[in-house]
Write a protein that binds this ligand. Structure first.
Ligand SMILES: [Zn+2]
Length: 508
């Protein structure tokens, strides 16, 4: 690559302080605070074209120089030795950009990743992105309520002693952030189980207390290889809908049935097809054969009870218990492992967890670890890429954008937005610029519904709503490239219908 030549050309705009690359894209930091213009791009591209080399500027904007902390202009570009490669890249890139959750996240102002001074695996969620994440949490809180879960809260860090007792220090250390402070070792949590166990152990428990069902929406930190990090799909920091059920061996089956049924409802909501695998006892298993038999039988009976087909992965369970893994298929036929239901004898043993049985004897409970959505961030990336960012109404950060045709309808539009907002609908008004441009912006921002308000709507007290291209509740069935239809509603009907669709998480 002709990086030096590019650098030399860029020096005519500003001194190049730093450079780097992400995948095939190169970036250069220029020592200037003046924003780069379209003319800058064109002149750079032309200079290289004359030399039969091909450069395409993708983006430019201000950034902070990580050494000096001063503002610089960062330019992103790709460079090729021939035009054919550049053309091919351009076609691939534009297709990828319509789906890539990283691109959609930035385009819609939902989240971004700032590699330079924050870190590659550490996404930053903007207000609108947090709406999506919180809506998923709201969904899971409802599911948890039905399962009889109680929410707990635990800190992000704990003494290394805890991670030593749980076995993570020994078996999982490579993926953990561990450091020393004031002569003591500490670790950032990669999982929540050891902390939930301390809540269980806080007081004596009897068979009458079980099952105990803890849930936490917790941010965990895992040091993935930097080459494996990808947008919000594979990160260092992620939020789990994490659950720990503490049960007697006899209760495994009943609890697992409930968990599978609850998970099925969640997949149905998103229209996901799924497949289930049961991983059984490996060679290095711990715990007695009797426990393994009970646990495997419990999981098999549960799967039989909910009448789902499953594959057995012989010997693929973890050393501390058999597990059920659920994979869902997105509409690009990619399989994602979301739900895991893991039975565990190991941690109850390590932490000497116990309950008093009917005869007054101390017994070890079994732990069932599970998460339905898994990493909320990864789940978001799946639904964003599956739907090209066209999220269902209830998940959309902006559910409705009202566009008055001209200033005469501005007041009507503003009142409509105020009324809807007061009822909890995420509505906004856009009245600046040409109507075509505003419609285009609403499409680019992936707003769920667009209402254009003209003279007719004001006179008739109606709302003319168009769903943007192909949005459907059911992400799996989302058809892309189909023009949405426009429907007129009396104002009051519209509000009621919208509120109902939002509440029921159904199509509008
Ligand atoms: Zn766990």
């Amino acid at each position: 690559m002709f990086c030096m030549e590019i650098k030399n050309e860029l020096e005519s705009i500003g001194k190049v302080l730093n450079s780097g690359h992400r995948e095939e894209q190169l970036w250069f930091d220029l020592d200037t605070t003046t924003p780069l213009t379209k003319e800058n791009y064109i002149s750079l591209e032309k200079k290289f074209e004359a030399k039969k080399k091909f450069v395409k500027v993708i983006n430019a904007g201000s950034a902070l120089d990580k050494e000096s902390g001063k503002e610089v202009q960062r330019i992103w570009l790709v460079a090729f030795d021939n035009k054919k490669d550049l053309d091919k890249w351009t076609v691939d890139y534009s297709e990828r950009m319509t789906r890539d959750h990283r691109f959609i996240g930035e385009q819609c102002d939902w989240f971004h990743i700032q590699e330079d001074i924050v870190g590659q695996g550490l996404p930053l969620f903007h207000p609108k992105g947090m709406i999506i994440k919180n809506k998923l949490i709201e969904l899971m809180r409802e599911v948890n309520g039905k399962l009889g879960c109680e929410e707990v809260g635990t800190p992000h860090i704990a003494k290394a002693t805890l991670w030593k007792m749980s076995g993570h220090y020994k078996h999982y250390r490579d993926k953990m952030f561990i450091w020393e402070q004031e002569g003591e070792e500490w670790g950032i949590k990669a999982m929540n189980c050891p902390l939930h166990i301390q809540i269980y152990r806080f007081k004596p428990r009897s068979y009458k207390d079980l099952p105990i069902r803890y849930a936490e929406f917790a941010m965990d930190y895992r040091k993935e290889q930097s080459g494996e990090l990808h947008g919000i799909s594979r990160t260092w920091a992620f939020t789990q809908d994490d659950h720990h059920f503490i049960v007697t061996p006899e209760q495994i089956q009943e609890e697992v049935i409930k968990i599978i049924k609850a998970s099925q409802k969640v997949y149905a909501l998103f229209g996901f097809e799924y497949k289930i695998k049961l991983a059984t006892k490996p060679d290095n298993a711990m715990g007695s054969q009797e426990f393994w038999d009970k646990a495997e039988k419990g999981l098999k009976e549960a799967l039989k009870e909910v009448k789902v087909e499953y594959e057995i992965e012989e010997g693929d369970g973890s050393f501390y218990g058999p597990k059920i893994d659920v994979y869902v298929k997105d509409n690009m036929a990619r399989w994602w492992q979301l739900t895991t239901i893991q039975t565990d004898f190991f941690m109850p043993e390590n932490f000497k967890m116990s309950y008093v049985d009917t005869e007054g004897k101390h017994q070890r409970p079994v732990m069932v670890h599970f998460a339905v959505l898994g990493s909320l961030e990864r789940f978001m990336s799946v639904i964003i890429e599956s739907s090209k960012g066209r999220l269902p109404l209830w998940l959309s950060p902006e559910q409705l954008r009202v566009l008055p045709i001209n200033d005469d309808q501005k007041e009507y539009a503003q009142n409509l937005v105020n009324d809807l907002r007061a009822s909890g609908i995420r509505a906004a008004i856009d009245s600046e610029g040409t109507l075509n441009k505003r419609i285009r912006n609403a499409e680019l921002n992936k707003v769920a519904l667009i209402a254009v308000v003209g003279k007719r709507e004001v006179e008739n007290e109606t709302v003319s709503v168009r769903t943007h291209k192909g949005i459907q509740m059911n992400i799996q069935k989302t058809k892309t490239g189909i023009k949405g239809k426009t429907i007129d509603y009396p104002k009051q009907d519209f509000k009621e219908k919208l509120l109902l669709a939002d509440m029921e998480r159904s199509e509008f």
